[in-house]
Design a protein. Structure first.
Length: 202
């Protein structure tokens, strides 16, 4: 195998190796987010239960004992809501971390694909500058060379498509990241309000 053909095969192997799937963040972050979601659901059930107890006690008429129970339930409900908001903020932080990692991975993919595309374009430009006789002399098999050349051109198109897709994914992730930051700010404001409300009731 001459150096020209070997170079073509090495370039193809390098290009094709880039078409691995874009992995999301590690399992640890996924488990963290899932755990927070489950805890939030459990606290939501507790909040609903406190609300039912309050409504049932209110139906029984106003008594000192009843008012004390209602007050205790409201305090417990607010405290649970604050814990729930804290968990939601932690979950948002986990999702932000995950999305940031995905953006970094997409950026790294873009860099690698652009580099590979540049290598393919330089190779094709080199081929175009050579005359037909030189190409025949440098390759053992004329049909094999054009087969390899076709593979290079196909890979070039695949790279362009991949770059476009990764750019779109990166843009979507950046929008998602900004949305998560907005959500986190809203949750923090709501948590601060809940703290103030609880202090005013005590």
């Amino acid at each position: 195998m001459n150096k020209k053909k070997y170079g073509i095969l090495v370039l193809l192997a390098g290009l094709l190796s880039l078409f691995s799937p874009l992995f999301v963040n590690g399992v640890t972050t996924e488990e963290f987010i899932h755990s927070k979601s489950e805890q939030i659901e459990e606290l939501n059930r507790q909040i609903e239960e406190y609300q039912k107890q309050i409504e049932e006690r209110q139906k029984q008429g106003r008594t000192l004992t009843g008012e004390v129970e209602i007050l205790n339930n409201r305090i417990a409900q607010i405290q649970t809501e604050i814990r729930n908001l804290s968990l939601a903020i932690e979950k948002a932080n986990g999702e932000i971390s995950q999305t940031t990692t995905q953006i970094d991975e997409a950026e790294n993919k873009l860099i690698k694909h652009r580099s590979a595309l540049g290598s393919a374009l330089r190779f094709l430009d080199q081929v175009e500058q050579e005359n037909l006789i030189a190409i025949i002399l440098k390759n053992d098999n004329f049909s094999d060379f054009f087969g390899n050349l076709t593979q290079i051109q196909n890979t070039q198109e695949n790279l362009r498509t991949a770059i476009t897709g990764i750019k779109e994914l990166k843009n979507q992730l950046e929008v998602k990241e900004e949305s998560l930051y907005d959500q986190k700010r809203e949750l923090e404001n709501l948590k601060n309000f809940s703290f103030t409300f609880q202090e005013s009731r005590e």
